[in-house]
Design a binder for this molecule. Sequence first.
Ligand code: MN
Length: 258
Amino acid sequence: MPASAPLLLISNDDGIQAPGILSLIEVARQFGEVAVVAPDSAQSGMGHAISVGKPLRIFREQLPGGLTGYAVNGTPADCVKIATGVILDRRPDLILSGINHGSNASVSSIYSGTLSAAREGALQGIPAIGFSLCNYQHDADMHTAQEVATKLIAEALAQPLGPGQLLNVNVPDVHGDAFKGIRLTRQAVGRWVEEFDERTDPYGRKYYWLTGRFALMDEGEDTDEYALRQGYASVTPMMSDLTDYAHKTALADWDLSL
Ligand code: MN
């Protein structure tokens, strides 16, 4: 690669050896220099957690194609922090996270470690894209997701995303003619209805597995969930400013004087 080749930093939340990240690396290598810094173990559902009470360690990891990556014993957000703060000698042009094994559409974007790796980049002013496939299986077919990633990385480099701009990309688990294309979407309103599977351990004590089911509470046809259900990949621009501006305006009538 010429010295001017863009630097693409790749992370994920399923661990550095997950098939999804290997699929994303394969795609990204066509576009520039690739650096891989990812958790050494599964970190799904970690959201934007960071490690404040334990030391972080960096391990070299041999990846397919002769690439050396870096595994970190931390969260996805830790990985991006330590990548830009310690490992890399220049600033990445784009941060890619995924391809996650499982959807991160709608409110799942809040819990997602995949998206938080990308969001950490965005918080540092680096454009970032999180990719997720709507299939949790380890051996899921990544071809449609790779096609979408190829298109979006090309577009993100040709018409560069602005500093700190973040895209949440979800890909339906459909292939061939059943895959309809890519749509710009908004985050659907929905929530996880928690369900706890109660079991008993060998000592007679109860323990619980968090499962839950997703309840869509949005009939819009411009949402990520709608697009995915129609066979389209969804591209949702996201921001980290969590201020509820309409609510702030509504609260102007509150008497906050002491
Ligand atoms: Mn995951």
